[in-house]
Design a protein around this ligand. Structure first.
Ligand code: ZN
Ligand code: ZN
Length: 356
């Protein structure tokens, strides 16, 4: 039994629950190291991964402290879990309600008639919010790959290239530099497309006088990085330049406010209160989100957040201004909160870079 799984069971014990069924990919990985298909049953004495023939060897390589039950005709995951619970004398099972379809849940219920199902709620996600040294190291390595890829990309971008070409090249550099894959689909949005915070790279060529927003991340040991830089293609108008300077100032103010013990919503407010009078309504998303095995996790910097920053939290700081017809600017770093402040592993320059 590893420490992460024990912590989960410890939390569940208050509700009289001593068994948890984990079905969400990132959570299975967090508790075991295993990245294949299947599900995980956490019991007081052991952890069992239930999967089919294709992944049995993978379990033995990745999840050394787990047992493996091979499912096959006649041995369904539901049936195997039922026997394991019976052996352990347990009649309550925690499960992840937001990761199971209604049909799947009904299947589990039908196969385990004497078992009471209790929600795991977001307990695994809350545990995952506090990153340990190994997780921080993976996130830092992932951020470095993204920064190095951007530095290489600067020598590649020319006016006339399409957003798609630029995004594809950036993805290629990240993979060459050791990324396991994209943390999410890379965003490359220039000119008027820049006002779409989640624009999909298009066949539109980038042109002189436009801003180009690049939002992207790498992955190391499953851990994501996330960063955004907005660069100038040729000389941009004073209006665009002013937007850039305002977004950068908002980001620097928010970063300066970050330390353990502050309310996450107050960090959001620092950036929002600065941008709102200058560009009313133009910063419509939250300031940042947690990053880890999943690209969007808790805690977040938003107007609604009730969270308080703690050492081990990893959160993005990404203010933006989006003006339809004109374009947009976003600048995004990540803060890895420490005992007395934070580390920012996104070291790419933030002064407006100009590509001619
Ligand atoms: Zn991003
Ligand atoms: Zn982000």
């Amino acid at each position: 039994m590893n420490a992460r799984a024990s912590r989960l069971l410890e939390q569940l014990s208050a509700e009289g629950v001593r068994a948890a069924l984990v079905t969400k990919e990132e959570n299975i990985r967090y508790f075991t190291g295993y990245t294949g298909e299947g599900c995980l049953l956490i019991l007081p004495e052991k952890q069992v991964i239930l999967t089919d023939f294709r992944y049995v060897e993978q379990v033995s390589r990745q999840a050394l402290d787990c047992e493996c039950v091979r499912t096959r005709a006649g041995v369904t995951p539901e049936g195997a879990v039922a026997s394991l619970l019976q052996e352990a004398g347990l009649t309550k099972l925690a499960y992840e309600p937001y990761k199971m379809t209604v049909e799947e849940f009904q299947g589990w219920q039908a196969a385990l008639p004497g078992v009471e199902f209790v929600s795991l709620a977001n307990k695994p996600e809350v545990l995952r919010q506090i990153k340990d040294r190994g997780e921080i190291d993976s996130i830092c390595r992932s951020a470095k790959i993204a920064c190095d890829a951007l530095a290489k990309l600067m020598g590649y971008i020319r006016p006339g290239m399409t957003e798609k070409e630029i995004a594809t090249e950036l993805d290629y550099y990240m993979l060459k530099l050791g990324s396991e894959g994209n943390a999410f689909s890379t965003i490359a949005a220039a000119g008027p497309n820049g006002s779409l915070p989640h624009a999909v790279p298009s066949d539109r060529p980038v042109q002189k006088g436009e801003l180009l927003t690049l939002d992207f991340g790498a992955k190391v040991n499953g851990y994501c990085s996330d960063m955004t830089r907005t660069i100038a293609i040729g000389k941009v108008s004073d209006e665009l330049r002013a937007i850039y300077d305002a977004v950068l100032e908002a980001q620097l103010r928010a970063l300066a406010y970050v330390k353990p013990g502050v309310n996450c919503k107050d960090v959001d407010a620092v950036a929002r209160d600065y941008l709102e009078p200058l560009y009313p309504g133009a910063f419509g998303h939250s300031l940042g989100h947690g990053v880890g095995l999943f690209i969007h996790e808790g805690p977040g910097f938003s107007t609604r957040s009730e969270a308080v920053l703690k050492p081990g939290h990893v959160v993005t700081v990404e203010p933006g201004v989006y003006i339809p017809g004109l374009g947009g600017v976003r600048i995004e770093d990540m803060v890895l909160v420490t005992e007395d402040g934070y580390i920012n592993p996104v070291t790419a320059p933030k002064e407006l870079i100009k590509i001619d």
